[in-house]
Design a protein around this ligand. Structure first.
Ligand code: SAM
Length: 332
């Protein structure tokens, strides 16, 4: 079987597949979605487990996918997730499998997920203070997240990474505290700049906390030195904290974009290929598949979708338009 490359016109090759398992979530983070939630994807549009596994198999067998990260929405709310991971592991024994999750319920499922073949988790946690957690997520569940983190570590899915978004006037004074908490537990913390992907379109360039502000705040408590490992296509710039071995990362998607090194491609829960988080076009693999396309035809369609990837996301361009889908429906 011929293996094609998911290459674009700027020499980048996508090998890292982000798969959204659902657009639903059990938190309501203010920077992501409104309190009442969203109009969820109709069930008939969501890929079935068989369809999902088939598309992933095409990606791995025919298109050179080397890493898969499951996301959402909240991937743990997808029914049958352990089975899905087991099936993906079976068809791709050498692929790195990870998940981005809010960790609600992970305390119960971590061992089963690890046994099914999940290698690692990235857990989203913006604060360790119960009141701030409730303000940001509109749910009183910080203890569940903390239990989920510990369970992931105990199940061997380390090194556990923690993703945090800072919001002005909400948790932007808690960066050193969160870093200390993560260092004490051996978790790798990465701060993510807030991006214009919220369903409410409330993001403002001058309202977001920039990487420079994050560094300045961390520097009041810690000494940060650039990590020695080359960054490659990794979104996070890594720093040693107080000489190491602990590290902290900053994903400065807005102020220091890293699009030139991007190796990611996304598959939404309804079977659309997106060549960028901020893409305005999608390629419909669900329709192709349900119309009887062969694996080869699906692969060709996927290749064409990636060829059109733009050089950058253009957040800073005057004509920037936020994509129609919010982050939760794309897969963050
Ligand atoms: N529910 C899972 C979770 O919480 O990790 C996976 C999906 S969530 C959309 C993935 C990541 O995107 C989370 O770390 C979340 O904090 C982050 N995120 C959501 N909206 C964002 C935004 N507007 N800008 C930056 N990061 C955002």
């Amino acid at each position: 079987m011929e293996v094609l490359k998911l290459g674009d016109r700027f020499g980048r090759v996508a090998t890292d597949l982000r798969v959204s398992l659902t657009d639903k979530c059990n938190l309501r983070c203010t920077y992501c979605m409104p309190a009442e939630g969203l109009d969820w994807m109709p069930a008939e549009k969501q890929l079935t487990d068989d369809e999902l596994v088939r598309l992933i198999r095409v990606g791995v067998e025919r298109l050179g996918i080397e890493e898969i990260r499951f996301t959402g929405g909240e991937p743990l709310v997808r029914r049958g997730i352990v089975d899905i991971i087991g099936r993906v592991r079976e068809i791709s024994p050498h692929v790195d499998l990870s998940m981005t999750t809010n960790a609600l319920g992970l305390a119960r499922s971590a061992q089963a997920l690890a046994d099914a073949g999940l290698n690692r988790v990235n857990v989203s946690l913006d604060t360790v203070r119960a009141d701030t957690f409730k303000t940001i997520t509109r749910r009183d569940r910080v203890d569940d997240v903390i239990a989920g983190l510990a369970a992931a570590e105990a199940a061997g899915m380390g090194p556990v990474k923690v993703n945090a978004v800072l919001m002005r006037g909400v948790n932007d004074d808690q960066a050193p505290e969160l870093l200390r908490w993560c260092l004490d537990r051996g978790y790798e913390l990465r701060f993510i700049e807030q991006m214009p992907l919220d369903a409410q379109h409330g993001w403002q360039r001058d309202g977001m906390i920039t990487a420079d502000e994050i560094f300045a705040q961390l520097a009041t408590v810690f000494e940060l030195t650039p990590g020695e490992e080359p960054r490659g296509s990794a979104p996070a710039e890594l720093f040693l904290v107080d000489g190491g071995p602990g590290t902290v990362g900053v994903i400065a998607s807005v102020t220091r974009p890293f699009c030139g090194d991007c190796d990611r491609v996304r598959l939404t829960a309804d079977g659309q290929v997106r060549n960028c988080l901020f893409a305005r076009d999608e390629s419909d693999l669900r329709l192709a598949m349900r119309s009887g396309a062969t694996d080869e035809e699906i692969a060709q369609r996927w290749v064409t979708a990636v060829v059109g990837k733009l050089p950058g996301h253009g957040i800073d361009d005057p004509g920037f338009l936020q994509p129609d889908r919010p982050m939760s429906a794309i897969g963050g």
